[in-house]
Design a protein around this ligand. Structure first.
Ligand SMILES: [Zn+2]
Length: 87
């Protein structure tokens, strides 16, 4: 029971996180700019252009738990970022 409640809470947190990332991507006109770098069985790698640093950040989508991580400073601290929302 407690475990179920916890997983539901995590689900809500993930949905919020993804909604925020999408919002940021749209605000920065990054939605749809991700390009697929590598399509693996367990994860997908995407390159998303960085507006501030130049070059691009790498967004990793872990298919197993649907987790998305990004190599930018915010992403590395597990904050939603526009790059994660762009893929
Ligand atoms: Zn990022």
């Amino acid at each position: 029971m407690a475990a179920m409640t916890r997983s539901q809470a995590q689900m809500r947190t993930r949905e919020k996180w993804e909604a925020r990332a999408l919002e940021l991507a749209e605000a920065r006109h990054l939605a749809g700019t991700a390009r697929l770098l590598e399509q693996g069985f367990l994860r997908g790698l995407y390159g998303v252009p960085s507006r501030t640093a130049g070059g691009e950040y790498v967004v990793i989508e872990e298919r197993l738990h649907g987790r998305v991580t990004c190599s930018c400073p915010a992403g590395m601290r597990h904050f939603p970022c526009s790059h994660a929302g762009a893929h």
